[in-house]
Design a protein around this ligand. Structure first.
Ligand code: FAD
Length: 384
C-alpha cells in the first residue's frame, strides 16, 4: 500500500493530526495497537484556549460534550487559607481560564470524524514489525505482513514510544521522584466551576471540576512522603477533607485510584530520517498545570500550519526541520517552567515560605500580571 503519511497511535494526538493532515489533502494510514483500550480509559483533561481554537478550526469543538468552562482557578500554598490564595477569575479580569474535558468524549468525536474521512484509513490491532527509515521515504511491515510505503511517519504512540525504541533515540529526563494518584470525588458544597490547586510540601494537589458537585483529582506525592495506607481508597477522602479544612462538605470517592510514576522528558530529536515525533512520544511534563495534552496539540498546530503555509515544499527534504527547531524549544522551555514551579513550591524553608506568600499576595493584587499569566497558559506556555 502507498500513502502520503503513516501515523502510529490513535490517541487524541494521533487522531487530531490525522484530521489536520487530511484537511491539507494528505492521505493518512493510522496504525493502532488497541483502540478498545483507549475507550476504556477516561482521563480528565484541562484544555487551553489555544487548543480550543484549534479544535474549532477542525470543526470539532462544538461536538465535544460535557465541556466544563472554568469560572475560576484558585491556587493555595500549604493550606486552604483565603489570605494566602492566588485567584484568577473570569468575572473580574480574564476572558478564558480553561476548559475541563473527558478524554472519552473527545476520543469518540475524533474517531467518528476519522471513520467518515475518505483520506484516512485506520488499521486497528496491529503493530509495526519492521521499518526502513530513509531520508525521503519510509517503508513499514506490520505484524500481519502488510507493507506500507509513505513519505513520512508520525510517531504518536505515547510516552513509551516503540518507534523511538526501534530507532534507538534517547530522552533528556527529569525525574520528579514522585507519583500521581488520579481519581474522582463527589462533594456536597458546590464548586461553581472553580478549579483549585494546593501546593503541599509533599507535592501539588489539583481539583478539576467535572460538574458542580464533582472533581477529578490529581494528587502528586514525592516518594519520600508516600505512605500506601494514608493514600489508600479507604483514607483518601479524609486526606482531601483535611487539606481543604472541610471546604467542600461531605466527600465520596467515585472511582478507582489510578497511580502513575511521574517523569518529564524531551526526546533527543523530533525528526529522524522520515520519522517525526509528536505529543507524548516527543515530550512529557509534570501534570501540575494540566499541560501534557495541550503541548501535544501545539505540536499538531505547528505541523498543520507548516503544511498549510508551505504546500509546495511538502515533499522536499528537511521539510520538518523548522517544526523540530521550534517545538523542541517550546516544549523544553515548558518542561523547565513547570520543573521550577514544582521545585520552588516543594522546598520547606521559613524564609522562602514568606517570600512565596508575599509574591503570591502581590501578584494577586495585580490584574495586569494575572492576565499575562493566564494568556501565557492559554498559549500552552509558549513564548512565541
Ligand atoms: C497522571 C496524569 C495526569 C494528566 N493530566 C493531564 C491534564 O490534566 N491535562 C493534559 O493536557 N494532559 C494531562 N496528562 C498528559 C496526557 O495524558 C498526555 O499528554 C496525552 O494523553 C498524550 O496523548 P498522546 O496521543 O500523545 O499519547 P497517548 O494518549 O499515550 O496515545 C498513544 C496511542 O498510541 C497507541 N500505541 C502505543 N504503542 C503503540 C504501538 N506500538 N503501535 C500502535 N499503536 C501504539 C496507544 O494505544 C494509544 O492509542 C496527564 C498525564 C498523567 C500521567
Amino acid at each position: 500500500m502507498k500513502t502520503d503519511t503513516i501515523i502510529v497511535g490513535a490517541g487524541i494526538i494521533g487522531m487530531s493530526l490525522a484530521i489536520a493532515l487530511s484537511k491539507n489533502n494528505k492521505k493518512v494510514v493510522i496504525i493502532e495497537k488497541n483502540l478498545k483500550n483507549n475507550l476504556k480509559i477516561n482521563r480528565i483533561y484541562s484544555l487551553s484556549e489555544k487548543s480550543k481554537v484549534f479544535f474549532e478550526e477542525l470543526d470539532l469543538w462544538n461536538y465535544f460534550t460535557n465541556i466544563n468552562e472554568l469560572s475560576e482557578m484558585n491556587i493555595y500554598y500549604r493550606n486552604f487559607n483565603n489570605e494566602k490564595k492566588l485567584s484568577f477569575s473570569k468575572k473580574t479580569n480574564i476572558d478564558n481560564i480553561g476548559y475541563i474535558a473527558q478524554s472519552k468524549n473527545i476520543f469518540l468525536v475524533l474517531l467518528d470524524k476519522i471513520k467518515r474521512d475518505k483520506n484516512i484509513s485506520l488499521i486497528d490491532e496491529q503493530k509495526i514489525e519492521n521499518l526502513n527509515n530513509q531520508k525521503n521515504n519510509i517503508a513499514v511491515k506490520l505484524q500481519n505482513n502488510q507493507l506500507i510505503n509513505a513519505k513520512y511517519l508520525f510517531s504518536c504512540d505515547g510516552a513509551k514510544s516503540s518507534i523511538k525504541r526501534k530507532l534507538e533515540i534517547s530522552n533528556d529526563y527529569d525525574n520528579y521522584d514522585s507519583i500521581a494518584i488520579v481519581f474522582n470525588i463527589e462533594h456536597e458544597i458546590a464548586n461553581s466551576s472553580s478549579a483549585f490547586q494546593i501546593f503541599l510540601e509533599s507535592g501539588p494537589v489539583a481539583f478539576l471540576p467535572l460538574s458542580d458537585n464533582s472533581f477529578s483529582m490529581v494528587v502528586s506525592i514525592k516518594n519520600r512522603f508516600y505512605e500506601k495506607n494514608y493514600y489508600s481508597e479507604k483514607n483518601i477522602c479524609s486526606f482531601i477533607d483535611k487539606i481543604t479544612n472541610n471546604k467542600f462538605g461531605k466527600i465520596k470517592l467515585k472511582s478507582d485510584l489510578a497511580t502513575f510514576d511521574l517523569v518529564g522528558f524531551d526526546t533527543e530529536s523530533y525528526v529522524n530520517g522520515s520519522v517525526i515525533f509528536v505529543g507524548d512520544s516527543a515530550h512529557a511534563v509534570h501534570p501540575l498545570a494540566g499541560m501534557g495534552l495541550n503541548l501535544g496539540i501545539s505540536d499538531v498546530i505547528e505541523i498543520h500550519s507548516s503544511i498549510k503555509n508551505n504546500k509546495k515544499n511538502f515533499n522536499k527534504q528537511n521539510f520538518f526541520s523548522s517544526y523540530e527547531r521550534k517545538q523542541k524549544i517550546v516544549n523544553k522551555k515548558a518542561r523547565q517552567q513547570l520543573k521550577i514551579i514544582e521545585k520552588v513550591y516543594s522546598i520547606e524553608n521559613k524564609f522562602l515560605a514568606k517570600l512565596i506568600e508575599n509574591t503570591m499576595n502581590n501578584i494577586n493584587k495585580s490584574e495586569f500580571i494575572k492576565k499575562k499569566i493566564v494568556q501565557h497558559a492559554n498559549n500552552n506556555l509558549s513564548f512565541f
